[in-house]
Design a protein around this ligand. Structure first.
Ligand SMILES: [Fe+2]
Ligand SMILES: [Fe+2]
Length: 244
């Protein structure tokens, strides 16, 4: 667990798995002797928010619900969007490149290569569709809901929309992206013949495992923090509209 007074460099030395978080907060390495709080301040990041995110990222059993409920939905959404960008621009292309390199250097049959290729392409499509839906529809809806909730008199068109739509609809169809990725690791470990380049195979499995963990953290934040708060906000807004 990291705290505000720790040196940021120590927090990272002891928890290297935190590294993918820094670009999401637009923080760069070279922390010198600055504490976690000082680094956050330098980058205009709310220290409590950073600590909640980092500690829940480090420990799946850490429940960020209470702490994160202190922050605006806008703050949580900015972080989720940065995470989407990391997946689309960095994590997924990185793992894709290594998988194709592994396949290129392997002595797998055409059928086996095809199996992995089709699996990965299907997954990529599912992944990008999932993120696009959230970026284009769900997150803008939540931001608008937060904006309307702060108004004395919410927009009537929005209020009408609320009568027929709830975030619970999205929740029902919200897939866990990490599950298919685990199947890919299982395919490599269990079903395919061994790869000659074990080092590269190990890197692919390591990258897949890191991404699974990251996606689990992300989905937990959406399912356990974002959705319940949005549902509560919807309820409050509806009851305000119903009682003029
Ligand atoms: Fe997401
Ligand atoms: Fe999601």
């Amino acid at each position: 667990m990291i705290s505000r007074d720790m040196l940021m460099c120590v927090a990272v030395f002891e928890n290297m798995q935190l590294l993918p978080l820094f670009p999401r907060f637009k923080m760069e390495l070279g922390f010198g002797e600055k504490s976690v709080e000082e680094v956050c301040k330098t980058h205009g990041v709310n220290t409590d928010f950073f600590l909640e995110i980092a500690n829940s990222y480090l420990d799946e059993a850490y429940i960020p619900g209470e702490g994160l409920s202190l922050f605006s939905l806008g703050t949580v959404i900015s972080y989720l969007k940065e995470t989407h960008t990391y997946y689309v621009e960095t994590a997924l292309p990185m793992v894709e490149e290594k998988i194709y390199l592994l396949l290129d250097q392997s002595s797998l049959s055409d059928k086996e290569v095809n199996l992995v290729t089709v699996f990965f392409n299907d997954y990529k499509l599912e992944f990008l569709t999932h993120i696009l839906e959230e970026e284009q529809h769900i997150l803008p809806y939540i931001l608008e809901l937060e904006k309307q909730s702060a108004l004395k008199k919410p927009d009537s068109e929005f209020a009408q929309k609320l009568q027929s739509y709830s975030i619970r609809e999205f929740e029902q169809g919200h897939d866990r992206l990490e599950t298919s990725l685990e199947h890919l690791s299982r395919l490599i470990i269990k079903n395919l013949p061994p790869f000659e380049d074990f080092q590269l195979c190990q890197q692919v499995l390591g990258d897949l495992s890191d991404l699974v963990k990251d996606l689990t953290d992300h989905a937990n934040m959406e399912d356990k923090i974002l959705i319940p708060r949005v549902a509560e906000l919807e309820k409050q807004l509806i009851s305000r509209i119903d009682t003029p």
